[in-house]
Design a protein around this ligand. Structure first.
Ligand code: MG
Ligand code: MG
Length: 276
């Protein structure tokens, strides 16, 4: 399986990387407190972008806003420079699935299904979140795809609790997507997040026996990020070597949150609804 999400994985200049233990990290209360802050920066930026985006803007405009605000809040953009990715957000429109590169030539139009994914690195820890925005009036099918994608994320999150398993998350997402006649993209997965943008474990959005079915423990921090297509689940990568698109040009939508596993359930660290 081609897990392309790892392309954006390792922060090249992360001096803490040397200290990384193998396996799944359990964050201490101190680390969790810092992650709440890095995640809040990400949530703030995505909330602002939702309010800012208008037809006629370019994806480079959104990227410039994200980078400015991430730095103003004392963090650095997690994505910029990693494995050569040139921007602070991934902006993927309509049939683009993930890793779209912001561009001054890419004009946002009414009716677009716009995915914005960003990360912030703050005091040694990353936050990571993605939203899909309906720009102006979208088709009923696009609106349904976006709604079901967000529901799928929350179905997955609802399974997060110490003692549950990764496949409980995967199964809940897969079942909800199938029940709504959309497809789950299998080429990309969620991941652990913390000192590194992508850590163990891989968080699948569909049932699989290819990876260990890890038991969740309090203190794990997971980026859960289902991607749904309206048509084929298959993707291909464009010649820019980043942008993944659906093979049949069907629409794609994604939502992602950084989530803390607790004894009794979960805490959504990138929750935008709790921002004042
Ligand atoms: Mg992300
Ligand atoms: Mg992620």
């Amino acid at each position: 399986m081609n897990i392309l999400s790892n392309l954006l994985s390792q922060p090249a200049q992360n001096k803490n990387q040397k200290r990384q233990r193998r396996g799944i990290e359990i964050k201490s209360p101190r680390e969790i407190d810092i992650m709440r802050q890095s995640a809040k920066i990400v949530a703030t930026v995505l909330k602002e972008i939702t309010e800012l985006v208008k037809p006629g803007m370019t994806t480079a405009d959104l990227d410039a806003h994200a980078e400015k605000r991430i730095r103003e809040m004392g963090a650095t953009p997690s994505f910029k420079g990693y494995h050569g990715f040139p921007a602070s957000i991934c902006s993927s429109i309509n049939n683009e699935v993930v890793h779209g590169i912001p561009s001054a030539k890419k004009v946002i139009r009414t009716g677009d299904v716009l995915k914005v994914d960003t990360g912030a690195y703050y005091q040694g820890y990353h936050g990571d979140s993605c939203i899909t925005i309906a720009v102006g009036e979208v088709t009923p099918e696009a609106a349904r795809l976006i709604r079901v994608a967000e529901e799928a994320l929350f179905k997955g999150i609802a399974q997060v609790k110490a003692g549950n398993y990764l496949m409980d998350i995967a199964g809940a997402i897969e079942d909800h997507v199938k029940a709504n006649s959309f497809t789950v993209v299998e080429d990309f997965t969620g991941h652990g997040v913390g000192r590194n943008l992508h850590e163990e474990p891989s968080v699948f959005n569909f049932r699989t026996r290819e990876m260990p079915n890890v038991k969740l423990r309090a203190g794990m921090t997971l980026a859960i990020e289902p991607i749904l297509n309206a048509g084929s689940k298959y993707t291909r990568t464009l010649s820019d070597r980043w942008t993944a698109v659906t093979v049949d040009n069907s629409l794609s939508a994604q939502f992602e949150h950084t989530v803390l596993v607790t004894e009794s359930g979960y805490e959504i660290l990138t929750d935008r609804t709790k921002l004042c």
